[in-house]
Design a protein around this ligand. Sequence first.
Ligand code: PHE
Length: 450
Amino acid sequence: MARETWATRIGFILAAVGSAVGLGNIWRFPFQTGQEGGAAFLLVYLLFVVAIGFPAILVEFVIGRRTNLNAVGSLRELGGGAWRYVGWLFVVTGFVILSYYSVVAGWFARYLVVGVTDGFTVTTEAEAAELFGIVSTGLDSLVFHAIFMALVIGIVAMGVRRGIELAVKVMVPAIILFLIGLAAYGTTLDGAGAAYAYYLSPDFGVVVDNWTSLLPAAAGQAFFTLSLGMGVMITYASYLGEDRNLATDAGVIVFLDTAIAVLVGFVVFPFIFAAGTDPGQIAVGAIFFSLTQAFATLPFGTLLGIVFFGVVTIAALSSAISILEVLVSYLIDEHPIDRLPATLGAGGAIFLLGVPVTLDLVFLDLLDGLADGVLLVLGALILVVFVGWVIPDVGLSELGQGITSVDPWDDIWLWMVRLPIVIVLVVALALGALDYLEFLRVDFAAWLGS
Ligand code: PHE
């Protein structure tokens, strides 16, 4: 059977944006920003997106479009030798990320159901924490993890055009519209002024004092939110024709993902300040506490809450399908397997890997820390070295396809990819790996001992 392609240009862009926009923007970005000091983190993150994220997305695009192959096969074909095995890293990363991603997405879906059936009524921190406990661990969490994975499997099983492309054409515009509405509503909240000050005026002291944690956190966040470092963009670009300007498409995708993350800050921080929560404390769960409390007290709160949790669930879905597609495209390109069994097999295995996360949140930190602090940065580093040093000519010629005029930016791109980006990524990887080892040695060891 012939390999599928995107039906339309906008379909590809929306699929890539749908992959990029997800829990990374809506759940991870606010709590990272809170933990790493507010506006200072935002600034470093934005710098990373422009200087590293944009060139790195092009790196994945040229690999995918040149070969029209999955993430494993494309590196084997272009690099040969040991590069044959690098793609395996992406397969592992995909398994790790989607297993916990689906559990967290299930929480949002569960809150959506809470809103629809009971409305949001908890007003105290203690009650909110209790509700989060019920949602996030045990049977509820397991059931919604299963439901979410079933949806992901269903869409991916339908294929590129009928499944992914059709789904994102509806989802992405809906996400953007609703977030703009919620942000506009945020301006009317009591805490809005304080929230904007916190979010927008950077304290450069924080950057200087905390750079060893801020740098890897910002790098990890930039890759996570742009779906980089694990072959998603290779896979999606592999369904592309040669007639398109990769740089323009990448620009649109990076811009939309970043604009949406920044917009989410304008939604979440006013709600958090309105609920009186300290933004430095909004860890993985506390964002749910403050939001449910806010939705319980605001006029039309339940409706706002339903919209919010609905949007997040949809956004998470369009990201999750891209992760599963990396694994499925690998399986069907490289093995005599059809799409349906490949999707069911990979999706089922991911469901099982996520089960521990539904039992104890320590597994969330274990998997997210590994994926974000180490695997994605490592994957991105390998890809930039590959394109920058092993196949620079292929990279440049592929980047030039679909462009009519000669572009001086191509050389700047190659130069960035070869040196500055490699250096920053090596530093970020070393710091991120140390951070993760520290987590294993201290927090995880304490958990094991308890
Ligand atoms: N970019 C997605 C988000 O922000 C997460 C993701 C990471 C998707 C890696 C694919 C690959 O939610």
